[in-house]
Design a protein around this ligand. Structure first.
Ligand code: NAD
Ligand code: GLY
Length: 359
C-alpha cells in the first residue's frame, strides 16, 4: 500500500493505492467524519465489490443506493434520486457519501456531496483505471446537461481517495486501454521519462500486471496532485491536463457520446495535438510517430471516425470549455514531456491538421 497527498491546506487529502484495500476496514475508518454513511454504486459494480465495502464498514450504520450504469445516467434525474434517498433517510450534514465506481459514479456522487445541505464529505473508491489515475483526484464533480457534457457541476474535494488495484481485474480490456490514454497524457505533458517507461512497459499494463498498474496509478496521481495543488480551479496550469481533449471532445460530441469511450477520443486527440505541435516546429516527425505508435500499441484508435469532416471538428471545438475570446485554445507539446496552452497559433496550421486527419 502506498499513499500520497493532495496538498490543499485544510482540504488536503490522501490518495491510497494498493491491492485489496476495499476489504481493509482500517483504511476507510479515519476518513468517515460522522456516524451516517451512504454508499453509492451502480448495478454492474454492486455485485462485484459492494459487499467488500459494506463489510469493511463493520458496525457503522450505512445505507446503499445502486444507480443505473452508464454515461447517459450522469444527469440531474439521477442526482434527484440520490437527494430523494438522502432526505427519505433523514441524512444530516454529518453524513459521508462513498462513491464506489468509475468516473460516472465519482462525478455524480461528488456533485451530490457538493450540493446536499450545501456540502457534505465524500470518499472516492474508484474502480476503473481512468478513475484511479484521473477523475477521482482533484475535486471536479459534475453531471451532463442535454446541451453539454459536465456543464452542471462544482469543485468539491473528497476526504480521501482509495484505489484498490485488485478491482481492475474485472475491468474490460477496452476500458483499461481508455484509462491508459490518460496515463500516456501525463507522460506527454509533464514527464518524458515516464513516457519512455510506458513505451517499454505497455504490454505489462495490457496484461493487468498489478505492480505495473500500481506504479502508473501512483505516477499519474503524483502528477495530478501537483497540478491540482498549484491550480485547483483551472486558472492556468490545470488546463494542460486537457491535452488531446479539445479534439477528443469534438469526436465524442460528433458521435453523440455513444460508440467512443472518452479515453479513445482523447487518444486520437493526443495524436492530433502532437501533429499540430510538429507543424508549430516544436516536435519532429519521429516524436509524433512515437506518440502514434504508443497509442496504437495500447489498442487505442489513432484516427477520428471516417464520418468526421474538418467542419465537424471546428463546429464542436468551438463550443469547448477552453474557447476564450472566440479563439479555440489548444494544449500543444513544446517537447515530449512539456506542454503549453496556446491560442496564438496560425489558423492555417489547424486547418492543415484537420485536413490531414479527415480523409
Ligand atoms: P464509467 O464510470 O462509465 O465506467 C466504465 C464502465 O466500467 C461502466 O460500465 C462501469 O460500470 C464499469 N466498471 C467500473 N469499474 C469496474 C470494474 N472494476 N470491473 C468491471 N466493470 C467496471 O467510466 P470511466 O471511464 O470510469 O469514467 C468516465 C467518466 O469520468 C465520464 O463521465 C467523464 O466525464 C468523467 N471524468 C471526470 C473527470 C474529473 O476530473 N472529474 C476526469 C475525467 C473523466
Ligand atoms: N481531468 C482534468 C482535470 O481534472 O482537470
Amino acid at each position: 500500500m502506498a499513499t500520497l497527498n493532495v496538498e490543499l491546506g485544510n482540504r488536503s487529502y490522501p490518495i491510497i493505492v494498493g491491492n485489496g484495500l476495499l476489504r481493509d476496514e482500517a483504511v476507510l475508518a479515519p476518513y468517515i467524519a460522522g456516524d451516517e454513511v451512504v454508499v453509492l454504486t451502480n448495478e454492474t459494480i454492486a455485485p462485484l465489490y459492494l459487499d467488500q465495502v459494506t463489510t469493511s464498514l463493520k458496525d457503522r450504520q450505512f445505507i446503499c443506493q445502486v444507480l443505473p450504469d452508464g454515461e447517459q445516467f450522469k444527469n440531474l434525474d439521477t442526482l434527484q434520486g440520490v437527494f430523494d434517498t438522502l432526505l427519505e433517510n433523514r441524512c444530516s450534514r454529518a453524513t459521508t457519501l462513498i462513491a464506489l465506481g468509475g468516473g460516472v459514479i465519482g462525478d455524480v456522487v461528488g456533485f451530490a456531496a457538493a450540493c446536499y445541505q450545501r456540502g457534505i464529505p465524500f470518499i472516492q473508491l474508484p474502480t476503473t483505471l481512468l478513475a484511479q489515475v484521473d477523475s477521482s483526484v482533484g475535486g471536479k464533480t459534475a453531471v451532463n446537461h442535454p446541451q453539454g457534457k459536465n456543464m452542471i457541476g462544482a469543485f468539491h474535494q473528497p476526504a480521501c481517495v482509495v484505489s484498490d488495484t485488485g478491482t481492475l481485474a474485472t475491468l474490460d480490456p477496452r476500458q483499461l486501454a481508455a484509462g491508459i490514454a490518460e496515463v500516456i497524457k501525463y507522460g506527454l505533458i509533464r514527464d518524458q521519462k515516464f513516457f519512455s517507461w510506458l513505451e517499454e512497459n505497455i504490454e505489462r499494463l495490457l496484461r493487468y500486471e498489478d505492480d505495473a498498474l500500481e506504479f502508473v496509478i501512483l505516477e499519474s496521481c503524483r502528477h495530478k496532485a501537483q497540478v491540482v495543488a498549484n491550480d485547483e480551479r483551472e486558472a492556468g496550469e490545470r488546463a494542460l491536463l486537457n491535452l488531446g481533449h479539445t479534439f477528443g471532445h469534438a469526436i465524442e460530441a460528433a458521435t453523440d457520446y455513444v460508440g467512443w469511450l472518452h479515453g479513445e477520443a482523447v487518444a486520437v486527440g493526443m495524436v492530433m495535438a502532437a501533429t499540430m505541435s510538429q507543424k508549430m516546429g516544436w516536435l519532429d516527425a519521429a516524436e509524433v510517430e512515437r506518440v502514434r505508435e504508443l497509442v496504437k500499441r495500447t489498442g487505442l484508435p489513432s484516427e477520428p471516425p471516417a464520418s468526421m469532416s474538418p467542419d465537424d471538428f471546428m463546429k464542436h471545438m468551438a463550443v469547448d470549455k477552453k474557447v476564450s475570446s472566440g479563439r479555440i485554445r489548444l494544449v500543444l507539446l513544446n517537447e515530449l514531456g512539456q506542454a503549453s496552452l496556446i491560442s496564438d497559433y496560425p489558423d492555417e496550421l489547424l486547418v492543415e491538421v484537420l485536413d490531414a486527419f479527415c480523409i
